[in-house]
Write a protein that binds this ligand. Structure first.
Ligand code: SAM
Length: 306
């Protein structure tokens, strides 16, 4: 059950897509003073050491943050994400990579609430340790009185089940990130069911789902199923860095972020940034992106390719 460790994949092309978009969704919420909840159903460890045993095994970050780190013409929205990573590596050497909870902790404000769920016993311990270190660091700098307590709650519990109790959030504003490992094909169904339930409890929330593009049927049909959910609209962006190969032969080539009730600013921003990102991360002529948006009733198609 606990074979998946995100540390093996930290900073790869899929993390870049997921984390850059998550940061943008949080920045959009920051435009209004009213507090919001950030709910991370599958949090991971929060911070990863790129020179540690896990991340250095296949050096997957070389497909993602590695090349971005070295470029100096990064488009502004993507640069915010790269700058956040540079700020956590003040020596200038790329050693630490943030997980989604760390990104949320840095971008969300004092009045916002972070609810973080993780089931793996080692990763939930690391997550709590990483947040304790952040709290100590913040206290030493006098910049934020506390990152835990009311503002951040970390729980070793099932993210799908825990989501139910948190919706609707008190402030009626929330971003929910659902990012399971998908090693168990049940994760596809559990994600769709959780969204179905969440939309009934809180139709106005923004829901972001990361997913891998694999040959298994559940993966190939997944986005089409999510498009039928009763949100007011959806956006689906897929990043592919190389030509398809049989699953597992050469790692993951392609992944998507599916967003229900996206902010209206997201699509134009992605149209601007994705062509640049494809060029920066391309491994061969199969590199491309697709961007589509629509409502459950109409699937207005809008595809861009390199
Ligand atoms: N969201 C993280 C990030 O972007 O940094 C990465 C999460 S990783 C892809 C998926 C995590 O979900 C793993 O750490 C795994 O242990 C955890 N997990 C698996 N099933 C879970 C469940 N039902 N509830 C909560 N966490 C779960």
């Amino acid at each position: 059950m606990f074979s998946y460790r995100h540390a093996f994949h930290a900073g790869n092309h899929a993390d870049v897509l997921k984390h850059f978009i998550t940061l943008q969704l949080l920045q959009y919420l920051n435009q209004k003073d009213t507090a919001y909840s950030y709910i991370d159903t599958h949090s991971g460890a929060g911070v990863y050491e790129l020179d540690g045993n896990f991340a250095s095994k296949n050096a997957e970050y070389e497909t993602g943050i590695g090349p971005l780190w070295k470029l100096d013409d990064v488009p502004a929205p993507l640069k915010e994400y790269v700058d956040l990573i540079k700020a956590m590596n003040p020596s200038g050497k790329m050693r630490y990579y943030p997980g989604s909870p760390y990104i949320a902790e840095q971008v969300a404000r004092e009045q916002d609430r972070l609810r973080l769920f993780e089931l793996h016993p080692a990763d939930v311990r690391l997550l709590a340790d990483n947040f304790r270190k952040l709290e100590e660091h913040a206290a030493a700098q006098g910049i934020r009185p506390t990152v835990r307590g009311k503002r951040v709650i970390i729980a070793k519990s099932d993210g799908f089940a825990s989501l139910k109790a948190l919706l609707p959030p008190p402030s009626r504003r929330a971003l929910v990130l659902i990012d399971p490992p998908y090693e168990d094909k049940q994760d596809y169904k559990k994600t769709k069911d959780a969204l179905d339930d969440a939309l009934k409890r809180f139709p106005g929330g923004t829901y972001a789902v990361w997913y891998p593009l694999l040959q298994r049927i559940e993966s190939r049909n997944f986005a089409e199923k999510l498009k039928q959910l009763p949100a007011s609209d959806w956006l689906n962006v897929v990043l592919t860095i190389k030509k398809p190969m049989p699953d597992g032969v050469d790692g993951l080539h392609s992944s998507g972020m599916f967003i229900l009730n996206p902010p209206y600013t997201l699509e134009p921003m992605l149209k601007q940034v994705m062509p640049w990102l494809v060029k920066a991360l391309a491994k061969d002529s199969g590199a491309r992106f697709t961007l589509e948006s629509g409502t459950p009733a109409t699937a207005a198609r809008n595809t861009g390719e390199r």
